[in-house]
Design a protein around this ligand. Structure first.
Ligand code: SF4
Ligand code: SF4
Length: 159
């Protein structure tokens, strides 16, 4: 039965690994942050912004119930029905809400670059979920990808 403690050899190995990574970065520093918005990441399979077609929504609330981040709030509309709005400050982009929606009122998009100036802007009402957020292109972006080679992050410029 495991006592939950690391063996001496595991501790020594982890320490040697940490020192060797530090030494490698001292000799040839690797940068893992990017200069956004001058540089942009390749988002790969990450999921995007979530849209809502209110007219398809039956107010079943299944999306709000399944949300693991408690990011969905139901808003009362003038017609007395409740429609979902998403707090992107909480949303983890799992898309469970889209998967569970029986009428496809919630739909996925490829909009992965979401930035806000203020946390209040991250709170989307059902009306706001209809129009995709605008992406401000202030600069010509350089696309980069962070790849991991042998556990070491490596910045790769994309064509
Ligand atoms: S994507 Fe996931 S976390 Fe975000 S609102 Fe939907 S269920 Fe909640
Ligand atoms: S968006 Fe879909 S899951 Fe959510 S309340 Fe409307 S119909 Fe139900």
């Amino acid at each position: 039965m495991s006592s939950g403690k690391l063996s001496y050899s595991a501790i020594i190995k982890a320490t040697i690994d940490a020192i060797s990574i530090a030494a490698r970065n001292f000799v040839k520093p690797e940068r893992i942050t990017i200069y956004y918005p001058y540089e942009k990441l390749e988002y790969g399979r990450a999921r995007g912004w979530i849209g809502l077609l209110v007219e398809k929504c039956t107010s079943c609330m299944m999306c709000a119930r399944i949300c693991p981040a408690n990011a969905i709030k139901m808003y009362v509309a003038p017609n007395g029905k409740r429609y979902p709005g998403i707090d992107y400050g909480r949303c983890i982009m799992c898309h469970f809400c889209i998967d569970v929606c029986p009428t496809e009122a919630l739909f996925p998009t490829d909009i992965k670059e979401l930035t806000w100036y203020d946390s209040k802007e991250m709170l989307y009402t059902p009306e706001m979920e209809r129009e995709p957020p605008k992406i401000h292109q202030l600069h010509k972006p350089i696309k980069v990808a962070i790849k991991y080679a042998g556990g070491i992050p490596k910045k790769v410029k994309l064509a």
